[in-house]
Design a protein around this ligand. Structure first.
Ligand code: ANZ
Ligand code: ZN
Length: 895
């Protein structure tokens, strides 16, 4: 559906106003922030990979940060809201191959077109701070930082078995391998294992701190913190030495030292040095190790293993147990060796059953455990829970946890902590990334590229099946910086997660050419106050960025900032109309471009923000889009009619002052409420409040000639509250109201809710509800007069006493002399209150109650088409007053 001609005449034309305001903001430098600001509010969206076009996920992500940034700016904060480009990566190379161009030109085109799209959405960035990671003035600092890390001892060269994607021809980090089938995250090809020498950042040096500091990240979602905890995977256990044949002592790692008496075999990883030694004497073992090394990790068979002919001595029992080499023992986990307890470990159980090895139970459930000891048959299945020790000699009856502690000393072990976290392999055999600034010389080994030769710029791109840097002969051949002999450049480039691990620091000083960033400014401006992005970055990007920040602080570059992001929000997915994830194959995607053209950026932004709170997913809905669109047109129409002096068709009414009072209080309450919701990132609630305010203003105009100041303040407040989300339409309204400054720079409405507003609102709502009930139950067709009688002061006094009576309501009330004067009525009312199951809410005092109902009387009159009379306890009919209570006026309806 498009706007009809008629609508356009009354409303505004988004194709005209949106570009116009975008130009105006730009010319007025609204979003620029000076370098000398102190500690601005730092609002950041995860920068986009330069694919060439924005999808709805981007639009949602950037609408959230833009709305929040605009909100904070209007509240008088200086705000840093930058944007840049995550512009290195494999797809650019693939695109260049397909299109007969090169990654640089392709990427630059993508950036230009994405920048245009962001501008068309009305997102306000400080474009002076724009950065692109593929530019040498950015990536030279990746190289410089690599060298700094290396000096700190955080760079290692390790031979490692790596995940190789045969289709992308690249090494993937473990995190880039998806699912049980172990597919490449980019192209879904099954990965293969390959052994290669790689550069690593030793992030494991920071494992404990990365884990511990998660506890303090209270502004992060719990699920993200939990995912990081699991990824770091701390295991507290012990190591104990077993004597293995003639090969000396072999350390094992276990988390279940309590089960040591139940060890019936011993297993070595194929890569364990002792396994390799045994292989030299034992052909069968040698053969097994060779096939194990070639086997695909995804085909891991728990039963695969070979008996070595050797025996290990269990230090707890003195028993000799057979030694196997088994594939399920991983070389780089723990010590690469373990004692196996088939009775209490599932993998060990499977292995033992297959190889016909004894299974001995050494733990049974405690009395209060779910399982009954009688029901446990460890020959059938492992019992992996903690419990009480059995078959463990003098230690029988000991609890597992106690045993674990005691056995460390008993069997000469050591407490040992292991982490699942592995060092971060950053080498990629690709062209479109940061060249690793190393040179290999036959005599000197690896030598760093000297600082004065940085950046190592990428050579011209060449089309080849392998790594284009390998083919760049001229670029590759250099003199060794140490000895001058012929040497070769490192042809691996860095994982692009290096780029995104510190870009948020570069925004503070993007022009800096003596260092990656201005240390003083970064120290002042960091950490990022609000970081918003997709949950797919919950582990890698966020963990690496945290790691970098800690290292940079240790390098004295970010004075005491050890965590980069104070608050984190992961926006939910935008689903297609059919409720499925938007995808090409389902053809259920909605292009932001089309929505902007048809309805305008404001409509898209408003719809997205109204649809759900940021963390929740929601489905695209044409009705929702339509509703957002007509709402904006309607508010604008209301504003422009007012501006042209056409406000309302109604005539004056005598209670005009009461109505104006009511509306004024609602305006203040709306501003207060919406402000609190904006602060909490509950934009949908804030926008609901604005819709209610607008609808109230419309009813106001229909009921009477509105008080000009109040009405205009209402319109201005609505426009301001909309400005963060629908900024162009809001500017247009602001201009219509006669302002010549920008609403983007205007002051946010004062956010003080009127005193006791909540109590008043509840009183009015309950009263209207009660009237509706009566009209319905009695079947009143045409009510003429509705009389509301306020409860007398003494009933309020009873309520107050009852609220503080601690149980004995009637007694407390009857001790009060004034109330005793009311005789039985007071006792009865006290009994009534005492009998109420729900807690007794505080209510407004009688005069305030009366004033509130008088202010709201016009709404009741409009709803029921009747006159409304509000009476104090003295003027009203005593019978009617008798039925009243605090917060519940008595109601009489005349037909
Ligand atoms: C004896 C034992 C008995 C274990 C028992 C478990 C249960 P989880 O359990 O995931 O926290 N392990 C040690 N080194 C290993 C390696 N290199 N490759 C594979 N597995 C290894 O991991 C800790 C357990 O994993 C350790 O505790 C060890 O088996 C095994 F009833 O030791 B346990
Ligand atoms: Zn050399």
């Amino acid at each position: 559906m498009t706007t009809t001609g008629e609508e356009r005449e009354r409303g505004f034309d988004h194709t005209e106003i949106e570009p116009r305001w975008q130009r105006t903001w730009d010319e007025a430098d609204v979003f620029r922030i000076d370098d000398d600001e102190t500690d601005p509010e730092y609002v950041l969206a995860m920068f986009p990979y330069t694919s060439g076009s924005l999808h709805m996920g981007h639009v949602r992500n950037y609408t959230i940060t833009d709305a929040y940034a605009r909100f904070e700016r209007m509240r008088g904060e200086s705000v840093l809201h930058p944007m840049g480009w995550d512009s290195f990566g494999l797809p650019a190379e693939n695109a260049a191959e397909e299109r007969d161009t090169n990654p640089r030109d392709w990427t630059m085109q993508c950036i230009d077109s994405m920048r245009d799209q962001l501008t068309e959405m009305g997102f306000g960035y400080d474009w002076d701070r724009e950065l692109a990671t593929c530019e040498p003035d950015y990536y030279q600092w990746n190289q410089w930082l690599f060298k700094q890390f290396r000096e700190e001892g955080l760079v290692e060269r390790q031979a490692a078995e790596l995940n190789w994607c045969p289709s992308c021809e690249t090494v993937l980090a473990d995190e880039q391998v998806e699912g049980e089938e172990e597919l490449c995250w980019r192209c879904d090809t099954p990965i293969e294992a390959r052994e290669m020498d790689q550069w690593f950042f030793t992030i494991t040096d920071y494992a404990e701190e990365l884990l511990e500091d998660l506890d303090d990240l209270e502004g992060w979602p719990n699920n993200v913190r939990e995912m990081q905890r699991n990824w770091i995977g701390k295991q507290e256990g012990a190591s104990v030495a077993f004597e293995v044949g003639d090969y000396g002592e072999v350390d094992i790692f276990t988390t279940r030292l309590d089960t040591i008496h139940g060890a019936t075999f011993f297993s070595l990883a194929p890569g364990h040095p002792v396994a390799q030694e045994i292989a030299q004497q034992n052909d069968e073992v040698a053969e097994y190790i060779e096939t194990a090394e070639q086997a695909d990790e995804d085909e891991l068979d728990v039963t695969s293993g070979v008996f070595t002919g050797e025996y290990a001595t269990n230090p707890a029992t003195g028993e000799e147990i057979p030694v196997y080499v088994a594939d399920y023992v991983l070389t780089d986990v723990g010590t690469g060796a373990l004692y196996a307890v088939p009775a209490h470990d599932e993998r060990d159980h499977e292995f033992a059953t297959h190889h016909d090895i004894d299974i001995v139970q050494v733990v049974e459930p405690t009395d209060d455990a779910d399982a009954d000891p009688e029901d446990i048959d460890v020959q059938e299945a492992a019992y992996p829970e903690d419990g009480l020790l059995v078959n463990s000699g003098e230690f029988d009856g000991l609890a597992s946890a106690e045993a674990r502690d005691r056995f460390v000393e008993e069997f000469d072990g050591e407490h040992r902590t292991e982490y699942n976290l592995r060092d971060w392999g950053i080498s990629r055999q690709r062209y479109w990334g940061t060249p690793i600034p190393m040179i290999h010389c036959d005599d000197c080994g690896y030598v760093e590229v000297p600082d004065e030769d940085l950046p190592v710029e990428l050579p011209e791109f060449v089309h080849t099946t392998g790594n284009p840097l390998d083919a760049a002969e001229e670029w590759k051949q250099v003199d060794c910086p140490d000895c001058g002999a012929d040497a070769v450049r490192e042809t691996d480039t860095m994982d692009t997660f290096v780029d995104s691990s510190w870009y948020f620091l570069r925004y503070t000083s993007p022009e800096m050419d003596e260092a990656p960033f201005d240390a003083e400014r970064a120290s002042d401006w960091m950490p990022v106050d609000q970081y918003v992005g997709g949950i797919e970055h919950a582990v890698m990007h966020l963990l690496y960025a945290r790691f970098f920040t800690k290292v940079l602080d240790d390098l004295d570059m970010v004075d005491g900032v050890r965590e980069p992001f104070t608050n984190l929000t992961n926006q939910g997915m935008v689903l297609g109309e059919d409720g499925n994830k938007m995808s090409k194959s389902l053809d259920n995607g909605v292009s932001p471009q089309r929505i902007i053209e048809e309805y305008g950026a404001d409509t898209a932004r408003l719809f997205i923000m109204e649809a759900a709170q940021p963390e929740k997913e929601f489905a695209w809905s044409p009705e929702g889009v339509q509703s957002a669109h007509s709402f904006l047109q309607n508010v604008y129409t209301l504003v422009s009619a007012y501006a042209e002096g056409e406000a309302g068709t109604a005539t004056d009414t005598e209670n005009g002052a009461d109505i104006a009072d009511y509306v004024a209080r609602e305006i203040d309450a709306t501003a207060a409420n919406a402000t609190a919701e904006f602060e909490d990132f509950r934009f949908n609630h804030a926008l609901q409040a604005v819709r209610e305010l607008v609808s109230l203003l419309r009813r106001y105009q229909e009921a009477t000639t509105p008080d000009a100041d109040t009405f205009e303040r209402g319109l201005a407040t609505a426009a301001k509250l909309l400005a963060p989300v629908a900024p162009h339409a809001a500017e247009e309204m602001w201009a219509e109201l006669g302002h010549d400054d920008l609403i983007a720079e205007a002051e946010w409405p004062a956010a003080d809710a009127p005193a006791d507003y909540e109590m008043e609102r509840r009183l009015v709502e309950n009263t209207r509800e009660d009237i509706r009930d009566i009209v319905e139950t009695v079947g009143i067709e045409d009510p003429q007069t509705i009389t509301l009688a306020i409860a007398p002061g003494w009933k309020h006094r009873v309520l107050d006493l009852a609220r503080n009576a601690d149980g004995n309501v009637v007694g407390t009330v009857m001790q009060d002399e004034d109330l005793r004067e009311q005789g039985e009525a007071a006792a009865d009312f006290a009994k009534e209150l005492a009998g109420r199951a729900q807690s007794l809410d505080e209510q407004l005092p009688p005069e305030r109650e009366q004033a509130a109902l008088e202010r709201a009387a016009w709404l009741i009159e409009r709803e029921f088409g009747a006159d409304v009379v509000v009476q104090g306890p003295e003027e009203a009919d005593p019978d009617l007053v008798g039925k009243s209570g605090p917060g519940r006026p008595a109601i009489d309806i005349e037909e």
